[in-house]
Design a protein around this ligand. Structure first.
Ligand SMILES: Nc1ncnc2c1ncn2[C@@H]1O[C@H](COP(=O)(O)OP(=O)(O)OP(=O)(O)O)[C@@H](O)[C@H]1O
Ligand SMILES: [Mg+2]
Length: 568
């Protein structure tokens, strides 16, 4: 268990690959990033300028030949200070503009990816980890765009400028000391510490995600926990996991502190080295005191951007883990791709021949199954629990890709029919209906956005739920959320059925439509189905003999096959 967990938490891509992919996602926002880097670099150089012009003044005082007047030096120092403020503002503005625009773009992309993956792949993914991705992983990526990419570019640019300035003004020995400092603090130290931080960062994120998922799961299932009197065990497990999380947090913080201490030490050492080299050169006569002061002051003030980089790994490892998960989702292959350049159909009949299917390399669920249906027929499907009835209905909607055989609508195989057209012609009421936290009316309109009140009511009458809706506090305008858990399974089921009637598709697939309904309401629903029958096909899965009685023909699923049976 532990090793599997470890394997799962390892990154699929290298840090560089993740960064490159994330930067590529920038697209047309890249020019704003360039602006941010430009403003940031210039801003930092201006900040250095304030002390640097001070040093120039001191050098002039000590007899150095400086072409600038006292007034010009003072004006430049003040000018740098003012400009620093403006540039800093612009840098922050552009960074955050990018970050928040990108968050919107990323959320959009993730939603798009989820839509493609849905429903097949999402059946197996833990919902908690998807929620974690949409909320905290994307937030973490904000850090990447606003506080990672541009600091790195700024550090490179600023270090290069100071290296050249010090080289030309105060000699290349001093410049080389500065360069060695930048490389050590900006590259060597972060590389050493990121190796350790990467592991602990990834472990921390994995623990965090798993803890969140477990906690959310426990809250969702709290009723079943109480029912089974499993609260104490559940609480113990929550505590155990939160202890593990705490341990990981501690380890990560310790590593981060160690890394930042090493950075501080390195900065002090290189400043001391610059001073020593400067003094040595002055006493050797190869450098004037004035130029030495300018050079050393420049080096003193120039470590800011590389220190900012060395502080990154702590964030960066989390960012990489988040980025990796988001990229994984964006590149995940859906079980089925929507058909866009196929045919559009207007349903007349369905013929299934030799249909085979197995879930992702598992044992086959359906084997060379044959059946047919035409308009005006109600087809019943029976079979033991787990024999593949719901799977068959999902295949008719192409939620999964069939492994073999043919599902032909009007003679055209399902793989050649546009997905939009398929979903317009075929609708399904599944075993569980999801109601959104909106009004009942809006929940119904998802099936037909422009439906009139009359249409809503007639669909609800057919589904035997109209009278019930009228008993709710605000009738059709009642908020589902405000009802909490008040809606019974049967009531939800009938709202799902009303959606299907409203949608008006020519082929209706019903997965246990009456399983939670009493016999009076069952009667109303069955009568509605019979009325609809002339214009449509209805495929009905049910365990109830009373419901099956309205079927014109009945198929039985057994051992993955479908046989037509008589006299049920
Ligand atoms: N997403 C999935 N991945 C792997 N196996 C699955 C998946 N969904 C269903 N199965 C398996 O496929 C088999 C058929 O499931 P299906 O839901 O079609 O049964 P069913 O006939 O509708 O049962 P019931 O009458 O209980 O609703 C079962 O063994 C089930 O465990
Ligand atoms: Mg089922």
């Amino acid at each position: 268990m532990k090793t599997r967990h470890r394997q799962k938490s390892r990154l699929r891509r290298s840090g560089a690959q993740i960064m490159a992919s994330l930067v590529l996602l920038l697209g047309s926002l890249a020019y704003i990033m360039v602006l941010a880097v430009f403003n940031g670099s210039l801003g930092f150089l201006c900040a250095m300028g304030v002390t640097l012009f001070g040093a120039v003044g001191i050098a002039k005082l000590m007899g150095e030949a400086i072409a600038l007047s006292w007034g010009a030096i003072a004006a430049l120092a003040v000018g740098c200070g003012v400009l620093r403020g403006v540039l800093r503002y612009l840098e922050q503005y552009s960074n955050h503009y990018i970050a928040f625009r990108l968050l919107a773009v990323l959320r959009d992309k993730i939603f798009g990816a989820l839509r493609l993956l849905c429903p097949a792949k999402l059946e197996t993914k833990q919902k908690g980890s998807i929620i974690a991705m949409i909320t905290s992983d994307i937030e973490t990526l904000e850090v990447f765009y606003a506080h990672t990419v541009s600091p790195i570019c700024i550090a490179v640019l600023v270090s290069l400028c100071v290296f050249l300035l010090v080289g030309f003004v105060s000699g290349w020995y001093l410049a080389l000391v500065a360069l060695a400092g930048y490389l050590t603090i900006g590259i060597v130290l972060p590389m050493v510490s990121s190796g350790r931080l990467k592991d602990s960062g990834v472990r921390y994120r994995a623990e965090f995600a798993s803890f969140n998922a477990y906690f959310l799961d426990s809250i969702k299932g709290i009723r079943d926990i109480v029912l089974n009197n499993a609260g104490v065990a559940r609480e113990a497990e929550v505590n155990r996991r939160s202890d593990i999380l705490l341990g990981e947090t501690r380890r990560m913080k310790r590593e981060i502190t160690r890394a930042s201490a090493a950075t501080e030490l390195a900065v002090s050492l290189f400043i001391a080295a610059a001073l020593a080299v400067g003094i040595a050169q002055v006493s050797g006569g190869s450098l004037s005191v004035g130029r030495m002061i300018i050079g050393v002051v420049a080096v003193f003030g120039s470590f800011g951007p590389v220190i900012a980089i060395s502080a990154l790994p702590g964030n960066l490892t989390q960012t990489f883990a988040s980025g990796d998960r988001v990229l994984n989702l964006l590149t995940e292959q859906p079980a089925v791709r929507p058909v866009e350049n196929g045919r559009s159909i207007s349903y007349r009949n369905l013929r299934v021949r030799d249909l085979s299917f197995s879930y992702d390399g598992q044992a086959p669920v359906l084997r060379e199954l044959c059946m047919h249906a035409a308009k005006g027929e109600i087809i019943g499907i029976v079979g033991e629990s787990g024999c593949g009835k719901s799977t068959f209905l999902k295949l008719l909607l192409r939620f999964w890709q069939k492994t073999g055989g043919e599902i032909a609508y009007n003679g055209t195989d399902i793989d050649g029919i546009n997905t939009d057209s398929l979903l317009d012609n075929v609708t399904m009421v599944s075993q569980s209906t999801y109601l959104f936290d909106e009004t009942i009316e809006e929940n119904l309109r998802i099936a037909k956005p422009g439906a009139t009140q009359q249409e809503l009511e007639s669909a609800c009458r057919m589904a035997a739920v109209h009278d019930f809706i009228l008993t709710l506090p605000d009738g059709y305008r009642t908020q589902v959320g405000a009802l909490g858990d008040r809606l019974s399974a049967g009531e939800k089921q009938r709202i799902g059925l009303a959606r299907a009637f409203l949608r008006g598709s020519e082929l209706i697939l019903l997965d246990e439509p009456t399983s939670n309904v009493d016999s009076i309401n069952e009667g109303i629903i069955l009568r509605a189905l019979r009325q609809q029958k002339n214009k449509k096909s209805i495929i009905l899965v049910s365990h109830r003999a009373s419901t099956m009685a309205i079927a014109d023909r009945v198929y039985k699923v057994e051992n993955g096959k479908m046989e037509e049976v008589q006299g049920l």
